[in-house]
Design a protein around this ligand. Structure first.
Ligand SMILES: [Zn+2]
Length: 178
């Protein structure tokens, strides 16, 4: 991968991209759960809660999803699960395998199109998870478009923080080179 664009500057938070759907079930007694698919969070909860209770639970469940997402996946299995979820969310092909690798020729990640395998530099484990996600999206986008064509960047930009992540990685590279 390459970083070709100038960062736009860093803001502390990213506007929420998620839509929330509440699914109320009369059969559900106490359990509340949340799942995220294609950018939509569905919160499943018992019917008959007050609006204030529902709001409180939505906030709580969004927080839990974020915390789950903010853990760097250390194992290759966890990494694959994360890549599969990113692929679903951003309409990208699923990888056959994705692994951490120490001996990266290109610095952050690489993708072999023939067997749909992705390798990520272990150095990324030290980056924020939204940067890791960007590199995964970048490599998965190569399964649709091998080169860095305008169409490629259009696909990569389905990831809302693509621009910021490129800036982050560029700054890190400059840091390492200096
Ligand atoms: Zn690339």
């Amino acid at each position: 991968m390459t970083a070709e664009t100038i960062p736009e500057g860093f803001s502390a938070t990213e506007p929420a991209e998620r839509r929330v759907e509440i699914v109320r079930s009369a059969r559900r007694r106490r359990t509340i759960s949340a799942e995220e698919r294609d950018g939509v969070v569905r919160v499943l909860m018992p019917a008959g809660m007050s609006r204030a209770e529902e709001d409180r639970w939505v906030t709580e469940m969004l927080g839990r999803l974020d915390r789950r997402r903010d853990r760097v996946p250390r194992s290759d299995d966890a990494l694959l699960a994360r890549a599969e979820s990113l692929a679903r969310r951003h309409r990208l092909p699923q990888p056959a395998s994705i692994r951490w690798a120490d001996n990266q020729r290109s610095r952050w990640g690489s993708c072999t199109i023939d067997d749909r395998s992705v390798r990520l530099s272990t150095a990324l484990a030290e980056c924020p998870t939204w940067v890791l996600d960007y590199v995964i999206v970048h490599e998965l986008a190569h399964l649709l478009e091998p080169g860095h064509s305008p169409r490629f960047w259009e696909i990569v930009n389905r990831y809302p923080r693509a621009e910021r992540a490129r800036g982050f990685l560029m700054a890190k590279e400059l840091d390492a080179a200096s």
